[in-house]
Write a protein that binds this ligand. Structure first.
Ligand SMILES: Nc1ncnc2c1ncn2[C@@H]1O[C@H](COP(=O)(O)OP(=O)(O)OP(=O)(O)O)[C@@H](O)[C@H]1O
Ligand SMILES: [Mg+2]
Length: 262
């Protein structure tokens, strides 16, 4: 596994990203910068647009307006074949694991290696074992997703996300549904990957405990708009009432989840 050059330069840059579905604006003029090697958290309420924003960063969705620069390349406005090249430098850990049920754990982790490389089977085998031991799942190679727990499935997803030694890993809710210990282990794993391998991590989360533990910087999204960006201390001390309501989990405040969509 290679340790990458990383000097805190901006590696992901969103400018005025806007997206509507069926005439309803879901991402509203969002701009942010992620620096190389940092753990950048996107937090916000359910339905605020976190996963949709992340999917823009991975090139899965194209915005109707705005730019998404990854290492200087605007992936919102490049041909699809060029996008595929950029995507090879990403890893993605999905909100609902997204493992293929008909494949074993090792076959799931091998998928990106088989799809994007011409490595020999023996080499792929070694890489899989390395990645599975990183997430604490050596010995489960032959299991099917239905034979392991939800937390283990998430970790298989993580092993798959780092299979190609990516520069950037996108995580959607990596700790949701995990018990506190496994959640803590997952947090540590994300942090270790960032600091030891210089992987840039973009993490969607509303698990406040995890957010403050692993974040270098945090962006809060509300109704598709970025309402605040800062370090954990800046966010804790933010004067923004939306931020305060969210991090303290107050039922009362400007966030109104039961309002009809606009
Ligand atoms: N493909 C789509 N078509 C129509 N609407 C969509 C689509 N994808 C997302 N949306 C809408 O965008 C809004 C934001 O969804 P998103 O999944 O990004 O929320 P989220 O912040 O990730 O929520 P959660 O915490 O529940 O995962 C929702 O109102 C959702 O209905
Ligand atoms: Mg989501």
């Amino acid at each position: 596994m290679s340790v990458k050059e990383c000097n805190g330069e901006v590696i992901i840059s969103l400018r005025n990203v806007t997206k509507s579905f069926q005439g309803r604006r879901v991402i509203n003029d969002a701009s942010l910068d992620v620096k190389c090697g940092e753990t950048f958290i996107i937090m916000g309420c359910s339905g605020s647009g976190k996963s949709t924003l992340l999917r823009h960063m991975t090139g899965a969705i194209r915005p109707e307006k705005g730019s998404i620069f990854i290492k200087g390349k605007d992936i919102a406005n490049i041909p699809l074949k060029d996008l595929d090249e950029v995507k090879k430098t990403f890893g993605m850990s999905f909100q609902y694991s997204a493992l293929l049920d008909s494949l074993t754990v090792e076959e799931n982790v091998a998928l990106p290696l088989r799809e994007h490389t011409k490595l020999a089977d023996e080499i792929i085998d070694i890489i899989i074992k390395m990645k599975l031991s990183l997430v604490g799942l050596r010995g489960f190679e032959e299991y099917y997703p239905s034979q392991i727990s939800g937390g283990m499935r998430k970790r298989v997803g993580l092993a798959r996300a780092i299979a190609l030694d990516p520069d950037i890993v996108f995580y959607d809710e990596p700790t949701s549904g995990l018990d506190p210990v496994v959640g803590g282990i997952t947090d540590k794993l994300i942090k270790d990957l960032s600091s030891k391998l210089m992987i840039t991590s973009v993490v969607v989360s509303h698990d406040m405990h995890s957010v403050f533990k692993i974040a270098d910087r945090i962006a809060m999204i509300h109704k598709g708009a970025i309402v605040e960006i800062g370090t954990p201390d800046e966010i804790k001390n933010s004067q923004n009432l939306l931020v305060q309501q969210f991090i303290n989990g107050n039922p009362e405040g400007p966030i109104d989840l039961f309002k009809e969509p606009e």
